[in-house]
Design a protein around this ligand. Structure first.
Ligand code: PGA
Ligand code: ZN
Length: 425
């Protein structure tokens, strides 16, 4: 037994930022270290994501309860992991994957497994007396990611007329993380004023961005450009724009056919969406485009990348689901040039690091991300610094579950005492 041997694990059902149940894991080590971790949850999820086990009992939370996942932690996983050393992350994760025995973690639940996996990393860091970002990233982990702030929400994250799910302001021209965060928070506040002046709603979507009923998707771009300028910044130089179409959510067959139903723009093919992107990329300072096409539209994705991949970062989210099996196919087929990275899409810390490593090894970029259903857990902030990610998205300058991550990054920047790095490239 070492000091960092896991003494106990206890899970409970808590609520996420949408008021839906999720899993929190409390872990204690033999040396008295106590940590907790909370698991996020998506809305526009990919078909092949690791599975969240939900109770399906309609009498509780509309079937979304997680008491079974909680019981899996308290019984089966605790029996396996108690007595292991929290520092043996890969061993712990491997043991849970084997105990689960399925391809997609549908037996124990990715929500149960990830809660324990993250808790082990946190406990090991605390027990070692180092910050989580240092524990996971080593002594040279000091790059703070560019905050891609989602200031306008649409698609499945809002109840409005915008098809594309996320419009992000990207302060790549700022000198530091804290300045970058200020640039985009100020832009967010200007956007509110512009929307109000035009008589649009300033209600917010799931990730805290505004969710107005606009006349078209393109109007979102115009309004954001106006907000960037009014905040005193130069579009394309100080702040550029990133888009997550989350195109699976408006695809009729998850392949080459789409229906831009929320805006009323109607039926589209992959080629139509690529044609829209061509106009936008020429006209606006777009730096990154995530899920421009749906999760099974590998062909459309490759066409999109062939056309724009030398100018912008093309990110696959639903199509890769943080899974090396799909990322490796993407690398072979030139499907994209970057992968989104979400811990709960794959379900363990070790496999998430494997996904990042695969991207890095093949000259791809990777984009660290929260989920639309979040908690106050700040694991992602430390993880992003540890992975030397360069950029992350964790919502708007509104809603504490989003700000918690940005604020933790401010804290890390301060702890680095002037040694923090900040760069898009
Ligand atoms: P989700 O959205 O968490 O609802 O999946 C985030 C994303 O699509 O990037
Ligand atoms: Zn996405």
């Amino acid at each position: 037994m070492t000091n960092s041997t896991i003494k106990s694990i206890k899970a409970l059902e808590i609520l996420d930022s949408r008021g839906n149940p999720t899993v929190r894991v409390l872990m204690e080590l033999e040396d008295g270290t106590k940590v907790s971790s909370s698991v996020p949850s998506g809305a526009s999820t990919g078909e092949y994501e690791a599975v969240e086990v939900r109770d399906g009992d309609a009498s509780r939370y509309g079937g979304k309860g997680v008491l079974n996942a909680v019981a899996n932690v308290n019984d089966k996983i605790a029996a396996l992991v108690v007595g292991m050393d929290a520092k043996e992350q890969a061993k712990i994760d491997r043991a849970m994957i084997e105990l689960d025995g399925t391809e997609n973690k549908s037996n124990l639940g990715a929500n149960a497994i990830l809660g324990v996996s993250m808790a082990a990393a946190k406990a090991a860091a605390a027990s070692s007396g180092v910050e989580l970002y240092q524990y996971l990233g080593g002594a040279d982990a000091r790059r703070i990611p560019v905050p891609c702030m989602n200031i306008l929400n649409g698609g499945e994250h809002a109840n409005n007329s915008v098809d594309f799910q996320e419009f992000m302001a990207v302060p790549h021209g700022a000198p530091t993380f804290s300045e970058g965060l200020r640039y985009v928070a100020e832009t967010f506040h200007k956007l509110e004023k512009i929307l109000a002046k035009k008589g649009y709603s300033t209600a917010k979507g799931d990730e805290g961005g505004y969710a107005p009923n606009l006349g078209s998707n393109e109007e979102a771009m115009e309004l954001i450009i106006e907000a960037i300028k009014e905040a005193g910044y130069i579009p394309g130089k100080d702040i550029s724009i990133a888009i997550d179409s989350a195109a699976t959510s408006f695809s009729t067959d998850k392949k080459g056919h789409y229906d831009m139903k929320w805006s009323g723009a109607g039926k589209k093919t992959s080629d139509d969406l690529i044609a829209i992107a061509k106009v936008w990329i020429e006209k606006y300072p777009i730096i990154l485009w995530e899920d421009p096409l749906a999760e099974e539209d590998w062909e459309g994705f490759a066409k999109f990348t062939a056309e724009f991949g030398d100018k912008i970062e093309v990110v696959g989210d639903d199509i890769f689901v943080t899974n090396t099996k799909f990322i490796s196919r993407g690398i072979k087929e030139h499907t994209a040039n970057s992968s989104l990275i979400k811990l709960n899409q794959i379900g363990t810390v070790t496999e998430t690091v494997d996904a990042v490593r695969m991207c890095r090894d093949h000259g791809w970029r990777y984009f660290l991300s929260h989920r639309s259903g979040e908690t106050a857990d700040t694991f992602l902030a430390d993880f992003a610094v540890a992975m030397d990610g360069g950029h992350l998205k964790t919502g708007s300058a509104s809603r504490s579950e989003r700000l918690a991550k940005y604020n933790r990054l401010l804290e890390i920047e301060m702890m680095l005492e002037g040694e923090a790095l900040y760069s898009w490239k």
